[in-house]
Structure formats: structure tokens, C-alpha cells
Design a protein around this ligand. Sequence first.
Ligand SMILES: Cc1cc2nc3c(=O)[nH]c(=O)nc-3n(C[C@H](O)[C@H](O)[C@H](O)COP(=O)(O)OP(=O)(O)OC[C@H]3O[C@@H](n4cnc5c(N)ncnc54)[C@H](O)[C@@H]3O)c2cc1C
Length: 309
Amino acid sequence: MSVLLLADHDAGVLSLATAQLVHAVAELGPIDLLVIGDDTAAIAQSASTIAGVAKVLIANGFSAADGVVNVLSTLVVRYHYVVASAGSVGKDVMPRLAAKLDLMPVTDVIKILGPTRFERPIYAGNAVQTVSDNQPRHILTLRASAFRAAAGGNTAPIEVLAGSALSLANLLTSHRTQSDTPDLATAQIVIGGGIALGSAENFQLIKNLAKKLGAAVGATRAAVDAGYAPNDWQIGQTGKIIAPDLYIAIGISGALQHLAGIQGAKKIVAINTDAEAPLVKLADIALIDDLFEIIPQLTAELDRLGVRR
Ligand SMILES: Cc1cc2nc3c(=O)[nH]c(=O)nc-3n(C[C@H](O)[C@H](O)[C@H](O)COP(=O)(O)OP(=O)(O)OC[C@H]3O[C@@H](n4cnc5c(N)ncnc54)[C@H](O)[C@@H]3O)c2cc1C
């Protein structure tokens, strides 16, 4: 027995209903979650974390009901159950799919009693009907609010259905590390920025300098935790270990955990307002000054000397 579950999403965000449906149908068999729509990469990533999902399938570019029905009907042969939330999309799509497959849908399910027995409300919720569905394939819509949500923590594989080149491009883009500078772990010059930079925008000062020098950009954990720099820029004990010919540390105190990541650096330049900072004491060259004065000057000086990349 296997389940194809149509993921519920809105405005680029996976709905809670999807996790509720996954939990509801967990006993029916392995669950493949189908994400249909435009720009589905982020939704698919969230979907893959739901516990109990075996695989996430992406079909991009089909948002109208007829398109969704076409995708479902090409996949349906592989599954015993096709399930959707009893929301507006499910109500629109599933009866059409059932008609196309010449099956009777069981709608508004609030309890799954077994592989072929389902409960649903009737007479405006005044009575509960038990339906036995002995068809070879089951088309179900479920009221998500009747079920609690499945947990997270999964890393289900994501498969892009053939013909969805756009989905694949989106997916690859979402995995790509945005960097126009060399790789931190192997760069010959690394410029590290600390919390003293004060904002993500101010990290642009370091990026400009790095671009001129062909350097990689790194950061302290404090700067990463503050949201000034991405995670994969973190240097240190719990970040990346670097061994460049030259490490330029800007506004970095030199905590032990940071120093653990730069022990392989052959030369260290520190720019800091505090002459007593551990990294200043360790540095081969220290500039005791305000980074906001020094960095623009340094960049302008490199320009003057004709160092352009
Ligand atoms: C378990 C654990 C793991 C950790 N792992 C890491 C890790 O992998 N990497 C890491 O980096 N940290 C790590 N840390 C955090 C570490 O202890 C420090 O908190 C962090 O490195 C400090 O970052 P910082 O130098 O940016 O900030 P601060 O220590 O606050 O230093 C800021 C520096 O900027 C200087 N400054 C201020 N204004 C200016 C200015 N205008 N111009 C020039 N200089 C200025 C100050 O004098 C100061 O020296 C870890 C901590 C723990 C507990």
C-alpha cells in the first residue's frame, strides 16, 4: 500500500495541513508528498522535513486544477491512495480526478478506521457516517483540523518530476552558496569580520575589500549569530578551519574558539580599536584604529595603486 499526498501550500509557504495529513495517513503506507505549483523549491525543502514522508516529488508550473489533475493522473498508477486536504484545492481537484479515474471519492474524512474504512460528518456535522471503500484505489480528502501534525526532523529525498526543468533550476539555486569570492577553506587570503561591523550591510565594506584582493570572507560566531553574515562564513572551533597565507581580522577580539580556526594562518593582520585584544597581541601587524575609518581608506588606497579585480 502506498500513498500519494498532495501538499497544501499558500504564498510560497507549506501549510500546517500537510503535516496533519501526513500524520493522519501514516498507517496506510509509505507516503510520497507531491508539491505542485510555481517556485516550489522552498516548499519542497520544508515538506522534506516532515517525519513519515518517504519522498517529496516536485512538479512545477501546474497551478490550474486541470493541470494538477493531469499530473496526479499520470502518477496514480503507482499508488493505492491519493489524498488531499479538504480545502479549496482538494475540493476542486479530487472530484475531477475521481471522475477521470471512474472512482468514487471519499470526502471530508475525519477519522481513518482502517485501510478501507473512513469516518466523515454528514447532515452538517450532526451525524458521522462510516464509509467502506472497496475500490482498487482510494481518492480521499481529509479535514486537516481533525488530526494532529506529524513531527519534523526528517530529510526525505526530493525528486523533480521529468519536464520540470524550472523546478530543478529553483532547487539547485536554493542549494547554491551565494559567494563571488574564493572558498574559505582553501583561500590564500581571508578577511574575517567581527560583531564590531554592526550590520549585514556593513559587511559590504569587507566584501569590497575582499573582491579587490581576491580574498575569501569569513566571520566570527558573534557576527553570524547576529545575522550579519551567513553560517558558512563562520571561522573557528564550531566553524571552518582556515590556513591562508594572510588572515586579516577586522573588529575581532580573538576569543579562544575563534583562534582555534586560524592556527594555520601564516601571517595575521588585526584591525581593532583595542590594543589589548588577544588577536591584536597575536597579530604580525596590528592597526589600532576604527575599522570604519580604516577599511574605506584601505580600499581607496588599493584602488589608487591600481589593484582592481
Ligand atoms: C561552544 C562555543 C563555540 C564557539 N565557537 C566559535 C567559533 O567557531 N568561532 C567564533 O568566532 N566564535 C565562537 N564562539 C564565540 C566566541 O567565544 C566569541 O564570542 C566570538 O568569537 C566573539 O566574536 P567577535 O570577536 O566578533 O566579538 P567580540 O568578542 O565582542 O569582539 C569585538 C571586537 O571588535 C573590536 N571593535 C569594536 N568596535 C570596533 C571598531 N569600530 N573598529 C575596530 N574594532 C572594533 C573590539 O575592541 C573587540 O575586540 C564560540 C563560543 C562557544 C561558547
